[in-house]
Design a binder for this molecule. Structure first.
Ligand code: TRP
Ligand code: ZN
Length: 869
């Protein structure tokens, strides 16, 4: 290790010594010598400060003036430019030179597919100019962009276009002004040639907003869904949150090279093309829903993130947790609430719980950070959203919206904290959230253990609840949290028993606040079946000793779709765990017929939403199952899951075939109803692939598919069941689509998840596929990410070959794109959950990384934390 990176602590926050009120930027774009001139108005805030300390990364300083004169009293050191003895208010001119063409980290100014673009969150603006690159410095930006007119006809930045003109040498310029003061992380610039989809939106107050979506030439026929989603988002935010857009133009640019999903730059969102481009031939239903969610997410940031931003990066969940909550509500209001809730709960219970039990465990508001990019996590985003959702559950929609109003009244135009948000919710509702605030400072997943006793004589039910949060890597001591526990009771005939105590009805949402509590209910006329943690009302693990017949009952009769699905999952979990133990004891796998029958009942129920049936049939992934164990036996889990699939297929073949035929579709529609029916039909196919006629079903499905959802369902079934048609179909697909990286990502993902014994060899071979490149984060995530995360039996091969393969990739990416490297390493951080032989293999590759002399902060932070354990 060459030099120890330094950590930052939340407690060390200090207001800035100086601020910047206005900045004039000029970009003279050139692939290797872009000249950036930044003229900033600087004001001293702290009287005792004499030196202005600016952030800068990887910059060549060309000129430094104060009030128009050269200034020599400065020095450069470790990411900082220290300008000494500055006046109280002055104009600072800084010129820097950049090399966007060789910026492979995709942070700062870089080139994607021939177009210039930027990514500044979290700390990328310092790769453009020396600046106070922190979110609590808010400035008005004016940006002039200069480039060759023929090659780069579109020159874009934040805000409104103010002026434009031609220069004599074939170049032109455009000047933009953003009237809303903003932190540097929201700055954006784009220069390139595009096809543009244009539309307008009339806001509720009657203003007309120009909408423009910029895509690579030739992709115009793939931008419609993004535009529809944007208009839906604008309308929804007016109706549900009373929030209107605040500029005259809203632009979205789709780029192929992007580290994350998308970025909410003021008035100029930049998107990973994965979350913009879609048509029936190229995109699956999942892609369509992803686009709707991400377009919504970035749009909603305009208020929750941009108008009210974060004081410091420890407060990231202030904007991300809240904005994820808002995009989830958007998707739920437009589509199926229960299907959305199911997929959100799956993510939190699976990968988020795993992250919270790893060396990277942190509260939704972290305390200590080395590399900020490492904290755009499932915890900050998804658990953060669950924390907002719990407040929504506790307050109710109307008090919650009052809280939002107060929050904007107080904090619009400022950089705020998570505590400011909770305070507004507390004051607007009159509900004491003192204990609730612990969700912001305590990491780890609470375990709720529930038991019940029914007294037939007194007709009373006692519900005994204990909560316990196990210690995490970052925090030993845990306190009891405020946990909203949503419950319901059913009679054997399926009717609901109203919750009552002392003759009064009681809310379904119990406030669990102590380590141990007992709740009594009266007039419970028979021994009830309990539905617990309905709607996943808190991000906790629930332990309750359910009998199989109770779960089968809830799967059939619960009146909420989420509760039905959840009962099915619990039933599966119980028997999957038992069978893993049997395999470890050399006992045969046993999937009880009663379990199959419970699922058959759902498959055949004709008053159930097909989308829900599809979710119920969707078995947990091997990675999700791994999360249920203290020590993961990848091979046993692999065997057990294969057996469940096979047994369900064998025992339900006729019913699966009938439902498969029933939902044959003639035309293709992108409605939620049609999507749900496709999902069910394709879920049936995934089982039928494992039956005698599997190859025939899948081949025919592929040939008859007239949309990407059905095409991928066939390929995926062929892949999972390792059918003879797998080879020719995969080949045909690749021949057809190899020119299109986004479409090929789906194919690479299947190669990564290939259950074949020699999957690693095949993955390595696909790295020389013409469509593959380690320069594109989407390709990396598809092929390599799928291998490491969705193919546990192969990635965790006993000989350690999977780990060594990942290590080699990480060594390359550590240099070229540390942000992507750092996301890819995550499965190695969970080494404590594997047997000692595998642990040692994982430790070895982590140690080899730690021994590198140029390890980026991103990987350093994770590797060190893991090796420390
Ligand atoms: N703020 C972005 C969002 O909507 C996240 C993001 C996009 C990001 N690009 C990034 C974060 C690059 C870190 C680095 O969620
Ligand atoms: Zn976001």
């Amino acid at each position: 290790m060459s030099q120890q990176p330094t950590a930052k602590y939340r407690d060390d926050y200090r207001a800035p010594d100086f601020t910047i009120t206005d900045i004039n930027l000029e970009f003279d774009l050139d692939p290797n010598k872009t000249l950036v001139t930044a003229v900033s108005q600087i004001k001293r805030l702290n009287e005792r400060a004499t030196d202005l300390v600016l952030d800068g990364d990887d910059l060549t300083l060309v000129r430094l003036d104060i009030n128009g004169d050269t200034w020599t009293a400065y020095s450069e050191e470790a990411g900082k430019l220290i300008i000494r003895d500055v006046p109280a208010a002055f104009t600072l001119t800084i010129q820097t030179q950049l090399d966007p063409e060789n910026n492979s980290a995709l942070e700062g100014l870089y080139i994607s597919g021939g177009a210039y673009c930027t990514q500044c969150e979290a700390e990328g603006f310092r790769r453009i100019t020396y600046y106070l690159d922190r979110p609590d410095v808010l400035a008005r930006f004016t940006t002039k962009v200069i480039a060759n007119k023929a090659t780069y006809p579109y020159l874009l930045s934040n805000g409104n276009k103010m002026a434009a003109g031609d220069l004599d040498d074939g170049r032109h310029w455009v000047e933009w002004h953003d009237p809303h003061a903003k932190p540097s992380y929201l700055f954006a610039l784009v220069g390139g040639d595009f096809d543009v989809l244009r539309d307008t939106f009339e806001t509720r107050s009657g203003r007309n907003v120009a909408l423009e979506i910029f895509v690579d030439k030739g992709n115009l026929d793939r931008a419609d869904h993004a535009m529809v989603s944007l208009k839906n988002a604008m309308k929804w935010d007016e109706e549900r949150f009373d929030l209107e857009y605040d500029l005259d133009i809203y632009m979205i640019v789709a780029v192929d090279f992007f580290n994350m999903g998308a970025m909410e730059n003021k008035g100029l969102n930049i998107f990973n093309s994965k979350y913009v481009l879609a048509n029936a031939e190229t995109a699956t239903d999942t892609d369509y829903l992803g686009i709707e969610a991400v377009i919504g997410h970035e749009y909603f940031h305009n208020w929750t993130g941009n108008r009210v931003t974060c004081r410091d990066w420890f407060q990231l969940s202030l904007k991300e947790g809240l904005t994820v909550f808002r995009d989830q509500e958007f998707s739920s209001d437009l589509g199926s609430r229960s299907v959305n809730r199911i997929s959100n709960a799956r993510i939190v219970r699976g990968p988020q719980f795993a992250e919270d039990a790893s060396p990277m465990s942190h509260p939704i508001r972290p305390e200590k950070v080395i590399e900020m990019n490492n904290f755009y996590t499932l915890t900050v985003y998804e658990k953060g959203s669950e924390v907002i959702r719990m407040m929504h559950t506790i307050l109710g929609e109307s008090a919650f919206q009052k809280g939002m109003k107060l929050y904007f009244e107080r904090h619009d135009g400022t950089a705020s904290t998570c505590d400011d948000f909770v305070q507004a919710m507390e004051e607007a509702s009159g509900i004491d959230l003192t204990q609730f605030r612990l969700w912001y400072s305590q990491s780890g997943t609470p375990v709720l253990t529930v038991s019940s006793t029914y007294d037939a004589a007194t007709k009373q039910l006692a519900l005994h609840v204990t909560q316990h949060t196990p210690a995490t890597a970052d925090q030993q001591e845990k306190q009891p949290l405020y946990i909203p526990l949503d419950i319901e009771m059913y009679r054997q005939d399926g009717s609901v028993i109203e919750l009552q105590r002392h003759g009064e009805s009681v809310s379904n949402v119990l406030a669990v606040t102590q380590a141990e509590q007992t709740y009594l209910f009266d007039h419970v006329d028979e021994q009830p079946v309990l539905s617990l943690l309905r709607e996943f009302s808190a991000p906790v693990k629930l332990e309750y000793d359910y009998q199989d017949d109770e779960l089968a009952f809830l799967l059939q009769h619960a009146r909420n779709d989420f509760a039905r699905w959840d009962a099915g999952q619990s039933l599966l979990a119980k028997h999957i765990k038992a069978n893993v133990a049997r395999v470890q004891d050399d006992q045969p796998i046993d999937v009880p017929l009663s379990v199959v029958d419970a699922f058959r009942g759902v498959l055949l129920s004709d008053n159930t939403d097909p989308a829900l049936i599809a979710e119920v049939l969707n078995l947990p992934s091997e990675t999700e199952v791994a999360g249920w164990f203290e020590t993961v036996d990848v091979d046993a889990i692999h065997q057990v899951m294969a057996a469940f699939k096979q047994q369900f297929a064998d025992h339900m073949v006729d019913e699966l075939a009938a439902v498969y035929r029933q939902y044959a579709q003639t035309d293709y529609q992108i409605t939620h109803k049609a999507m749900g029916e496709r999902a069910l039909r394709n879920a049936c196919l995934s089982y039928l692939a494992h039956t005698e006629n599997g190859n025939g079903y899948v081949e025919q499905h592929y040939q008859e598919a007239h949309n990407m959802t059905d095409t991928m369902a066939a390929l995926s079934a062929a892949n999972s069941a390792q059918l003879p048609c797998r080879e020719p179909l995969m080949k045909g697909f690749s021949d057809q689509w190899q020119h299109d990286g986004l479409v090929m990502d789906k194919w690479f993902m299947l190669q990564g998840a290939n259950p074949a014994d020699n999957a690693l060899e095949q993955v390595k071979a696909q790295m020389s596929h013409p469509a593959f490149t380690l320069k594109n984060p989407n390709r990396i995530r598809s092929l390599i990410g799928a291998f490491c995360n969705r193919n546990p039996a192969r990635f965790h091969a006993k000989d350690g070959a999977g780990y060594r393969f990942l290590k080699e990739i990480l060594v390359t990416l550590n240099q070229s794109n540390p942000q992507v490297a750092s996301r890819l390493i995550d499965p190695l951080l969970k080494l404590a959950y594997y047997d000692s032989a595998r642990q040692q293999q994982m430790r070895n590759v982590l140690q080899e990384l730690a021994d590198m002399d140029n390890l980026a902060n991103d990987l350093y932070e994770k590797v060190e934390k893991t090796l420390e354990q």
